[in-house]
Design a binder for this molecule. Structure first.
Ligand code: KIV
Length: 272
């Protein structure tokens, strides 16, 4: 009888083990079934159903318009595509800021109706009680501090955070508050590498960096950025591993040409 490989679903305990073994944690965003399936098969540790779906897929200028219903739809598609990766879903703007009760209900929906394994919340000291309430319902939470896209209007744009001493101390306090509230990991976005290193050394949960240097416990990037699908703007911290937009363009050009000149469909692609 051939041996059947059974994929093992990763849990927060596996992520904690990677951290305690000092192994780097790998995270990418995904918003649909095919991307989730491919990165899951490649062995990614965690998939983030990011509210970046608003800009990468829906074409909004910011993440602010993204709704709970949209996050649920994309989470379900990702969950169907993945067998082993831990799935984290972003709580969208206004699903948790106004009221702790709303936050708990919406976090519960992402787990129960979406199938996510954990939720992510932007904010530090100001969100500590909300994080604690969600963790208290046994829903694992990932924090997110630094350049938090849902605070774009307060920050005055997508700017590196924590360059000044006062801001840096606030971010350190934010990291400690998120840890104390019970989050199992913390995303550090758009902060100087030295500050990210200091935060990573000051807390006992893994830090996942994006534009935060190499000393974090793991890294996350937006899949559309690394594949060259977001051509409008590419931040300095993004490494482009492929130019998929160009592949799509060439393929569509060939299709249009072949349909117009009659070489597609050929006999090979027709029924007898
Ligand atoms: O929405 C997202 O993709 C994110 C990552 C950039 C961390 O929050």
């Amino acid at each position: 009888m051939p041996e059947r490989k059974i994929a093992k679903q990763k849990t927060v305990v596996d992520i904690q083990k990677l951290y305690s073994d000092k192994r780097k944690i790998t995270v990418l965003t995904a918003y649909d079934y095919p991307f989730a399936r491919i990165m899951d098969e490649a062995g990614i540790d965690m998939i983030l159903v990011g509210d970046s779906v608003g800009s990468t897929v829906a074409g909004y200028d910011t993440t602010l318009p993204v709704t709970m219903e949209e996050m649920l739809y994309h989470t379900r598609a990702v969950v169907r595509g993945s067998r082993t990766a831990l799935i984290i879903t972003d709580m969208p703007f206004m699903s948790y800021q106004a009221d702790v009760r709303d936050a708990c209900i919406n976090a519960g929906r992402l787990i129960k109706e979406g199938g996510a394994h954990a939720v992510k919340i932007e904010g530090g000291v100001n969100m500590a009680s909300t994080i604690a309430a969600i963790v208290n319902m046994d829903v694992p939470v990932v924090g997110h501090i630094g350049l938090t896209p849902q605070s774009i209007h307060r920050m005055g744009g997508y700017k590196v955070q924590g360059r000044k001493g006062e801001q840096a101390s606030q971010l350190l306090a934010d990291a400690k508050a998120v840890e104390a509230a019970g989050a199992f990991a913390l995303v550090l976005e758009g902060i100087p590498a030295s500050l990210a290193q200091q935060i990573t050394q000051s807390i006992n949960i893994p830090t996942i960096g994006i534009g935060a240097g190499a000393e974090c416990s793991g890294q996350v990037l937006v899949i559309h950025d690394i594949l060259g699908l977001c051509e409008k703007y590419s931040p300095k911290f993004v490494k482009r591993y492929a130019d998929v937009a160009q592949i799509i363009r060439t393929s569509v050009d060939s299709y249009i040409t072949e349909v117009r000149d009659g070489s597609f469909p050929s006999e090979e692609h027709s029924f007898k």
